[in-house]
Design a protein. Structure first.
Length: 669
């Protein structure tokens, strides 16, 4: 009977394609839910590979009076996921009458609205000798945080948000547009990942790419590698190890693919996989890591690399935001119905449930004498910042606490320099964006796409250094919290490396270095690990971490809800933050559908995929006979039971029929 109900329920849902990462997330969540159902004696034993369904809303069958509870919700952080949560509540109020009074508590001042959507705008100032520098122009900025957006399927929610915010595409690659339709702040303009005359400098050997052939170890005179490795491009060498899984997915199907990924890839780091499975030697792996990414990048799970390769389309167009990515946050703020809800310089110190029923949460804010009380809290603080909060009163389970403590976060630093002219364009002919790469400390030099059509003899900004992992940690040691002050040593390293990267000979190096020093006006550097409100740049899952930690991060009974890019399968991307907010809002709606007809109607709309993107849906098919919405409901039931029992995990022998009524109601219908 349960099987028939489950299948019939799913048949009415539209089948939508999920990204491979989203399917992987469902796979990870599903295991814990099935273990719970199989071990709980008051539930019928689910058949192999299937799950017992739960009711789609907790709204009572015969409600007493009109259920229209008003809710107070706290949102910690005014980054992408926090702002989008508020926007979603506005949307649900307009469409379903859901009455949510939200407050957004942002630890930073208002100039840092947007969290990791952070754009640094250079300021008018005087030089060291007291002379006025050239006035800053509209392109004298760079994105310290998110800076580029590929137009691919998995980013659909992000581009739907752009549409919602009125952020139009303005294709400046079309010459007529550059003349007749100059971009306005907030519009999307093309971002060029590659361009002509891009330099690469490894082993003190410079190679300038013409875009037709990827350089090899032989080109850079790198020794100590097997002959076949010497003559092959690093991209192809690494890609060949991904090809097996791509082939498996296409030929054997999702079930065999996911089982294989879990058993043969997820418990390896990239480095371990290339050593033990691909049989690459030590020097080859070091070479591939240096050329493709950077030191310690191969510490991530090999499954992460596989899923990224499957989801991304190499031919896709990329876009950036005119005026900087922080324009997204500004537009989200301006769309809020309750603009006064954002409160700045409000650092959250701790949270706890008010009573044993776990229905309300008290939030302690620095400098305030009494806690703020909410019906639910959406916690978008990055996990490193979340770890600084006192959360004992939330009775989190060990898995969640472990994830907050130990989930990997990637280091990243950026250094932007404002020059008197765009010397890389008028002197070196690098006039099509792209990036230069090197094994020197600056690592990656990004030629902005948003200013490549500006007059080359006028001031402009170059992102001279973009680093990750260990290289970011090392150059980060030279970055001051008061940048550009106290950074004389950093400035020397950066200008030296910049000249070296762009000079094939010693004579040209000396000449270019002097030019660069003469052209220098100002700089600004940022180390994301030195920011106490982020404590890292993005989630960086090591071997086994996503499979084991992700379910605990997202499991919630709709009261304390963790959101943000780390709480998504598409971590490190804006779309991940948006997805986490959509999931979090659905968790809230399902939990509170028992006391609010509006929440009930909205929860059912989510399941039926009646809420368009960017705000919905969350009821998509996961490639198996269960929806993501179903998994969220099952997790809510489990978490509610765990909190009631008071233990770290659920004791199946102490689960009552009342505890699992949302499941039994469907089975006994």
């Amino acid at each position: 009977m349960a099987e028939q109900l489950q299948v019939s329920g799913l048949n009415r849902l539209p089948i939508q394609k999920l990204s491979h990462r989203s399917q992987w997330a469902s796979f990870a969540m599903r295991k814990g839910v099935l273990d719970f159902q199989r071990n709980t004696s008051v539930l019928p034993d689910p058949k192999k590979g299937e799950m017992l369904p739960a009711i789609e809303s907790r709204y009572p069958e015969n409600p007493e009076g009109t259920l229209n509870q008003k809710f107070r919700v706290g949102i910690i952080g005014a980054g992408v996921s926090g702002l989008f949560t508020a926007l979603t509540f506005d949307y649900l109020k307009k469409r379903y009458g859901l009455d949510v009074e939200y407050e957004i508590l942002e630890a930073n001042s208002d100039d840092r609205l947007g969290g990791r959507l952070y754009t640094y705008y250079f300021k008018n100032k005087k030089d060291e000798e007291g002379r006025e520098m050239p006035q800053v122009g509209p392109h004298d900025y760079y994105d310290v945080g998110a800076m580029r957006f590929p137009h691919i399927d998995i980013m659909e929610r992000t581009f739907k948000l752009f549409e919602e915010l009125g952020m139009e595409l303005n294709d400046q690659d079309i010459k007529e547009n550059r003349k007749n339709n100059p971009p306005k702040p907030g519009q999307l303009v093309p971002y060029h990942l590659d361009g002509k005359n891009q330099p690469m400098l490894y082993n003190s050997v410079q190679v300038v790419s013409d875009g037709t052939k990827a350089p090899t170890a032989e080109d850079f005179q790198i020794t100590g590698l097997p002959i076949e490795i010497m003559k092959s491009s690093p991209g192809k060498l690494f890609g060949s190890q991904i090809d097996y899984y791509t082939y498996l997915y296409k030929t054997a199907g999702p079930t065999i693919f996911w089982n294989s990924l879990m058993k043969t890839a997820d418990h390896y780091s990239v480095r371990q996989y290339l050593t033990q499975i691909a049989s690459y030697d030590y020097n080859t792996i070091e070479f591939l890591e240096a050329m493709n990414f950077g030191n310690r990048w191969y510490d991530q799970a090999f499954s992460e690399a596989v899923l990224e390769a499957l989801d991304f389309d190499a031919k896709a167009r990329w876009w950036c935001v005119e005026g900087g990515s922080q324009q997204i946050a500004y537009r989200m703020r301006d769309r809020l119905q309750r603009k006064q809800a954002i409160e700045y310089n409000k650092r959250v110190l701790g949270m706890s449930y008010v009573d044993k029923d776990h229905q309300q949460i008290d939030v302690d804010v620095r400098g305030e004498n009494k806690p703020r009380r909410y019906d639910a809290v959406f916690n978008s603080a990055p996990l490193g910042a979340m770890q600084q909060m006192s959360l004992e009163g939330l009775k989190l389970n060990w898995g969640t606490k472990q994830a907050i403590r130990s989930l990997g976060y990637g280091a990243s630093c950026k250094i932007g320099v404002r020059f008197k002219s765009l010397w890389w364009i008028h002197k070196l002919g690098i006039d099509d964006g792209g990036q230069g790469k090197t094994d020197l400390p600056i690592r990656c030099c990004v030629y902005p796409s948003y200013n490549m059509h500006d007059p080359a003899d006028k001031p402009g900004v170059l992102l001279v250094s973009y680093t990750w992992s260990q290289e970011a940690e090392r150059i980060g040691a030279l970055i001051s919290r008061e940048s550009p002050d106290k950074e004389d040593e950093l400035k020397l390293v950066v200008l030296h490396d910049l000249a070296r990267l762009h000079s094939p000979t010693e004579e040209q190096y000396e000449e270019l270095k002097q030019t660069i020093m003469d052209e220098y006006l100002d700089h600004y550097a940022y180390n994301w690990y030195a920011d106490p409100t982020s404590v890292g740049a993005f989630a960086f899952f090591g071997p086994g971490q996503f499979q084991k930690m992700y379910p605990d991060i997202v499991q919630s009974h709709g009261k304390h809800i963790i959101i943000g890019e780390a709480a998504s399968s598409h971590h490190a991307w804006v779309v991940g933050a948006l997805e986490s907010a959509a999931r979090g809002v659905y968790q809230f709606l399902w939990q509170h559908s028992s006391v609010s007809k509006a929440a009930h109607r909205a929860a059912e709309a989510y399941v039926a995929d009646e809420i368009p993107k960017p705000f919905g849906p969350h009821g998509q098919r996961s490639g198996r006979p269960v929806t993501q919405g179903e998994l969220v409901r099952q997790q809510a039931i489990i978490e509610e039971i765990r909190l009631k029992q008071g233990g770290d995990i659920v004791d199946p022998s102490n689960v009552s029929e009342e505890d699992v009524a949302p499941i039994l109601t469907v089975i006994n219908a």
